[in-house]
Design a protein around this ligand. Structure first.
Ligand SMILES: [Zn+2]
Length: 82
């Protein structure tokens, strides 16, 4: 996979700052690609869909129970998302 600048996009794991209403959560371990030439970052669209579903789900919890940070790798295959 190549970047529009001609550099190579490399697999990486990033923190995605998700938001739903007033709920904000940092999601760690999200699959992404980073250009080794210009530094451009692209998240994997399927990952974003999953983590947005998760964010909406968690936003329904009471305020004290909502996590501020999530390790997405633990949630990726979890039934919580379905
Ligand atoms: Zn680039």
């Amino acid at each position: 996979m190549n970047c529009s600048c001609g550099g190579t996009m490399k697999d990486t794991k990033e923190i995605y700052p998700a938001k739903w209403g007033e709920y904000q959560v940092d999601i760690k371990g999200v699959k992404a690609y980073r250009c080794d030439a210009c530094g451009k970052l692209l998240y994997e669209p399927e990952e974003i869909n999953l983590l947005l579903n998760l964010t909406v789900l968690l936003s329904g919890l009471s305020k004290e129970k909502r996590p501020k940070v999530i390790d997405f790798e633990k949630f990726r295959s979890s039934q919580l998302i379905d």
